[in-house]
Design a protein around this ligand. Structure first.
Ligand code: SF4
Length: 92
């Protein structure tokens, strides 16, 4: 449980995930989100490994909704952030 005295808080981030077994490699997702997803030489998607920006999240949602095999999803990650993180901490 968290409270005002805690030294950390949580920031939600989103990451795109894929099940390589369920993916058929046809590449519908890359057509729906061309700025986010590339295809490798065999036609399988190459997705960003890190946290999605707000703009990338919208593209990722289109890809997830359009995947015919439900092989792609968006994972929410609550990353702990130390209390002394950020610009305010640098001023002290
Ligand atoms: S749309 Fe789904 S099944 Fe097709 S390549 Fe993308 S992740 Fe794989």
């Amino acid at each position: 449980m968290s409270g005002p005295g805690d030294r950390t808080s949580a920031v939600a981030a989103s990451r795109l995930r894929i099940d390589p077994v369920a993916c058929d490699g046809v590449g519908v997702c890359a057509h729906l989100a061309p700025d986010l997803i590339e295809l490798d030489r065999w036609g399988y998607p190459v997705i960003p490994a890190g946290d999605l920006s707000r703009r990338e999240l919208a593209a990722a949602q289109r890809a997830v909704q359009g995947c015919p095999h439900k092989a792609m999803w968006i994972e929410r990650v609550d990353a702990p952030v130390p209390a002394n993180w950020g610009p305010a901490a640098q001023l002290s």
